[in-house]
Design a binder for this molecule. Sequence first.
Ligand code: NDP
Length: 463
Amino acid sequence: MPVLTTSNGNPVDYNQTSQTAGVNGPLAHFDRERIPERVVHAKGAGAHGYLEVTHDISKYTKAKLFNKVGKRTPLLIRFSTVGGEKGSADTERDPRNWDLVGNNTPVFFLRDPIKFPDFIHTQKKNPQTNLKDPDMTWDFLSLVPESLHQVSILFSDRGTPDGFRGMNGYGSHTFKLVNAKNEIHYCKFHFKTDQGIKNLTRPQASELAGKDPDHATRDLFNAIAKKDYPSWTLHIQVMPEADAQKYRWNIFDVTKVWPHGDYPLIPVGRMVLNRNPSNYFAEIEQAAFSPSHLVPGIEASVDRMLQGRLFSYPDTHRHRLGPNYTQIPVNRPQNTHVNTYQRDGLMCVNGNFGSAPNYEPNSFGGPTAVGPAVGITFTPMELNGTVGRFPIALSDADFKQPAKLYAIQSKEGQERMVGNLAAAISGAKPHIRRREMAHFKRSDKQWASRIEKELAKAVGSKI
Ligand code: NDP
């Protein structure tokens, strides 16, 4: 058996009582075991696996991971809820986050990142009571009506998935695919579950929140442990660059989907999860994903929410894990050698590039950039216009897609959606309830009147 040591390698003589002077002793490392939980997406689970290419999409992208049918790229994925703390229940009605960036829903509540902190505050706890607060939630949502589409999905059956295996993943944002000729197609990513969609009803989700708040974490771990490997089929929707300006609505607005009728799903590959982490903290809690970690051939678009996330995700990692978070084994690039002029910082553990020059250009053999040839790492983009604050105006399109979603539900699905909405909105003050209901009325009068009827029952009066 190996000898037990201290963290700096000294042998330990006895580990059952502390060496103390008096009754108190050193517990210094234990006192520091916690790192800040993620501000959002604190509760999650993850696994290792691979993405296998099944269809050739090289006419859309030069990304090497897609350059050959049959190619497998190892991956790590983390699933999470959004608003809850690290110990919160997996079954909460909340979007499930996929770190693509993405969610288990194809749209988002907002289309401008400046509102993100406000929105998340309403999903967390009241600053006075430290309780979840339906007034905060519905006050904000009713004042931000472009949220209606995401609200509608959230209160459909898909708002409470039965574990992570039975849900789809969507890149949500509009990305750019760039091919070898530097031609651009705008793209949406879709991961469709091969397990079939599995959801919980409201009563089932509440019951599980009490009985097994780690239901989804357990389900994922146990399935992989018994070799029942979950998989998803990756599809893309692609839009030629020239279509973007002419399309019915702003394709950089993340509150809208691209109808499959306009841009059909194109199969790409299969993602399989086949290995559990051997240590949760090392591999999942410290995993640091960002939509700004892109490979040549996939680029960010001008989607405003995506632009906000490009900055905010790595910034939160610098806050939680330190400026050298990319040196942590789970975050370290796996198939390439890092050659950078970044130096120092908290927890620099890679040798800090020894005596190599720490500035560039230099005449001492330091690494040099591959450019400046155009299009190697990103395609140039012509921009003109006035810098300013330009809201994306509310329009009928903001209300049509929620109505379509309601229309495609089964009869029972519609009933549950109405019940879920009424139960949640009933917790808010009357003037807030009425403001939110006005948005449902603009979307679909019949749907709104059904919610109103249930709402009246729940609050025991006219809404
Ligand atoms: P389409 O007929 O082109 O697409 C319908 C898609 O909606 C389906 O392929 C399925 O996508 C998804 N869907 C089916 N049943 C449900 C359900 N009960 N809850 C949520 N989504 C469901 O019509 P549209 O593209 O115009 O979409 C109609 C509505 O469906 C949209 O307003 C949006 O709310 C929702 N939706 C659209 C998606 C898209 O990318 N167009 C993706 C997901 C939802 P999937 O197999 O991905 O679940």
